[in-house]
Design a protein around this ligand. Structure first.
Ligand SMILES: [Zn+2]
Ligand SMILES: [Zn+2]
Ligand SMILES: [Zn+2]
Ligand SMILES: [Zn+2]
Length: 303
């Protein structure tokens, strides 16, 4: 039976009409349109003007179960023959799609990058992950230091969005940014997570949509420069008295990292070992976030 479950010409599951030549060789509805000079590819007998359906095989295959094309990647779905292509297009294990949310720890979120439009990405992040979209015409996103530090000071585990990772690792930051409000502006995700047991905050910028060679941005490369900065002028102080909070506090700022704005395919591996890591202790001991001038600047440039 297994031999008859695929077309002998294209080796795909015949999802629609199945035809046969006068000698009984079968062929799928797609391959019969492409045969050379109307001859059966197997026995070279012409099909003739009336194509012969193989109704009996169609009916037999209608009762059979088929595996997903991405079974080898882990998909265990059992399908009818008519469902194979349709399912594969949106299969979670399709290597052309990136389960970004799952990679960020949202285990129950099945959202996949790769086939969705820019507007759908924005809507998903806004609705499912409390992540607002910001247009940054000057290519710089400013995140107040207090926003970065606030989740660390909460007693219980914190996560910036319900359903996210829990325990000692959790997400603290997502921001969707584009320099361009129009439908063609590249879209970047600025992402941060805390690993409390390692004592680190990890920061990353991923280009999750781009107009160049859709759906995956690949032609244009972008860089992201991340800077933790302290604006000395805005430090809270009481006129001439020495600042009680910031007196004798180490001041290692600004700290800058330059990295690529990773493309989503690269993000699959980068998310597992994010290259930019900041010591939580350093931030806490230097009272980062206390002053209103403390901020994380994310500057995106063309590479
Ligand atoms: Zn075929
Ligand atoms: Zn034939
Ligand atoms: Zn599948
Ligand atoms: Zn999601």
């Amino acid at each position: 039976m297994e031999n008859f479950k695929t077309c002998p010409i294209c080796f795909q599951v015949p999802e629609e009409n199945i035809y046969q030549c006068f000698a009984g060789h079968i062929i799928c509805h797609l391959c019969i349109l492409k045969v050379h000079e109307g001859l059966c590819p197997q026995c070279r007998i012409p099909y003739g003007s009336t194509k012969i359906r193989s109704l009996i095989l169609e009916q037999i295959l209608d009762t059979q179960q088929f595996n997903c094309k991405f079974k080898n990647f882990g998909c265990e779905r059992i399908l009818l023959r008519k469902e194979v292509t349709k399912h594969g297009k949106f299969c979670f294990y399709n290597p052309n799609l990136v389960p970004l949310c799952e990679l960020m720890g949202y285990k129950k979120c099945n959202f996949l990058l790769g086939l969705v439009s820019r507007a759908e990405i924005i809507a998903h992040f806004e609705n499912a992950h409390n992540c607002s979209f910001k247009c940054v015409p000057k290519w710089v996103l400013v995140i107040p230091g207090s926003v970065l530090m606030e989740p660390l000071s909460r007693k219980r585990k914190a996560t910036s969005s319900p359903g996210g990772p829990t325990g000692t690792i959790y997400n603290i930051l997502h921001a969707l940014v584009s320099p361009d409000q129009t439908e063609t502006g590249p879209l970047f995700l600025v992402y941060g997570k805390v690993d409390k047991s390692a004592g680190l905050i990890s920061l990353l910028c991923i280009q999750i949509w781009g107009p160049e060679s859709c759906p995956y941005p690949s032609v244009m490369m972008y860089k992201a420069e991340m800077t933790l900065t302290r604006d000395m002028a805005s430090l809270p102080s009481t006129s001439s008295a020495p600042n009680p909070i910031l007196n004798n506090v180490i001041n290692p700022f600004p700290i800058t990292w330059k990295l690529l704005a990773y493309r989503i395919k690269e993000a699959v591996s980068i998310l597992k070992s994010i290259p930019v890591n900041v010591s939580i202790r350093l931030l806490e001991e230097s009272r980062f976030g206390v002053s209103i001038g403390d901020s994380l600047l994310v500057r995106i440039t063309r590479a």
